[in-house]
Design a protein around this ligand. Structure first.
Ligand SMILES: *Cc1c(COP(=O)(O)O)cnc(C)c1O
Length: 402
């Protein structure tokens, strides 16, 4: 029997919508690409995007910046993290997260993750106590939200400020509260592989006047902050404007122009992502040796990627499943690999951070596989992907099937 092969491209996103292309062309025709270069009476696309995103999330304030990593760095500085300070963060995340902590010369303290791929709240409570850290950079890695109510209870009770990394949860929610609306600040990315695409870009939201005024100054607003789209009242800036350095990282009108129509489409895109996700999930369920990550009822997901576990499989077995799927066109990423590959790396490869031991996370990452679901895939594609993975896991892990 001929084995089916998948021929789709896992890094191919959809084209930019025509209305967004037209908006971008209009900005280019105007020549006014810098966010503060506006004609009399004109708000500018960047300020309008800030208004739109504040309205979308329900936040009081929003700032558009150059990247998601920049947003995290600005958030850390704005909440007062300085050299030598410890910052708690997930043991399972992507490199820009510990990187942003290192960029302000602070020290990452990694917290274990659970089999649901979220931060382990018991370990968080223990590490708040043992480290004395006053800030948690909570990464909603691959779109998985922890019990946000309990997380905030723990952090509020101990005076720990929460910065949310929502790079994978733009459009998601916990018990109806949009992801990014629990902590003091939240950061989003509009990089090509996230939920809205401007190549590079980031957004930061908060309800806190002073934190947001500092973030706006940091982003490089000079003394033009009055032109921002969703910034705190101008008198808030009196306190911060002389003492907050300009660390330029603004968004420009061209990127904002292509993001605004995509943000308007996001709810419909989320429906499409979740149809793909549920199709793969259903196809993988009840595969011997494979554990689907059950999503809590409280969570509104954005299924732009899917993860599953091969619990207890040897590194060789995991590697052979990845290779066999790869040979049939199915690109899986293994978070347990000893060496960092492409976008994927493990906490112990971030050697600028002090060496730390996370046995539970090690055990989970050893069997963790990840697959992107770009919207250029059809539902039939999603079904085929699941079929191929199921087939190769059952062939590659025969002991599990017994
Ligand atoms: C992409 C990403 C970021 C950073 O976003 P950039 O826009 O690439 O700087 C932060 N955290 C996570 C989990 C990400 O995937």
């Amino acid at each position: 029997m001929n084995k089916s092969v998948f021929t789709g491209n896992f890094t191919q996103q959809e084209p930019i919508p025509e209305v967004a292309i037209e908006a971008a062309v209009a900005v280019m025709r105007s020549g006014r690409l810098h966010r503060y270069n506006t004609a009399p009476g004109e708000a500018g696309e960047t300020a309008l995007l800030e208004k739109d995103f504040a309205a979308y999330t329900g936040a009081k304030y929003c700032l558009a910046v150059a990247s998601g990593g920049y947003a995290i760095g600005a958030a850390l500085r704005a909440v007062g993290v300085g050299p030598g300070d410890k910052v708690l963060t997930n043991g399972f995340t992507l490199a820009p997260v510990p990187g942003a902590i290192a960029a302000v010369n602070a020290v990452p303290v990694f917290v274990e993750v659970t089999e649901s791929l979220v931060i382990d709240l018991d370990d968080l409570a223990a590490k708040i106590e043992s480290s004395g850290a006053r800030v948690l950079l909570l990464s909603h890695m691959r779109g998985h939200l922890c019990d946000m109510d309990r997380c905030m209870e723990i952090c509020d009770a101990t005076g720990v400020a929460v910065i949310e990394d929502c790079a994978h949860t733009m459009g998601g929610a916990w018990r109806g509260v949009p992801s990014g609306r629990h902590g003091l600040v939240a950061c989003y990315s509009t990089q090509t592989y996230k939920h809205i695409n401007s190549g590079e870009g980031g957004l930061l939201i908060s309800d806190d006047d002073e934190v947001m005024a500092k973030a706006v100054m940091l982003s490089g607003s000079y003394m033009l902050y009055g032109k921002n789209g969703a910034a705190p009242p101008v008198d808030t800036f009196e306190k911060v404007k002389y003492v907050t350095p300009n660390v330029s990282g603004r968004m420009d009108n061209l990127r904002a122009a292509i993001l605004r129509p995509q943000l308007a489409d996001l709810p419909a895109q989320i429906e499409r992502w979740n149809t793909l996700y549920r199709t793969v999930e259903e196809g993988l369920r009840n595969t011997p040796g494979l554990q689907v990550i059950e999503r809590p009822e409280e969570e509104d997901i954005v299924g732009s990627s899917i993860q599953f576990l091969l619990p207890g499989a040897s590194p060789e077995a995991v590697q052979s499943v990845v290779a066999a799927c790869g040979a049939r066109g199915v690109e899986l990423k293994w978070f347990g690999a000893a060496e960092p590959v492409a976008f994927t790396s493990r906490y112990d490869s971030w050697r600028y951070a002090p060496a730390q031991s996370l046995p539970k996370t090690d055990r989970i990452l050893a069997g963790l596989l990840d697959m992107r679901l770009p919207l250029t895939f059809s539902v039939a594609d999603a079904a085929l992907l699941a079929e191929i993975i199921r087939d190769e896991v059952m062939t590659g892990l025969p002991q599990a099937a017994e």
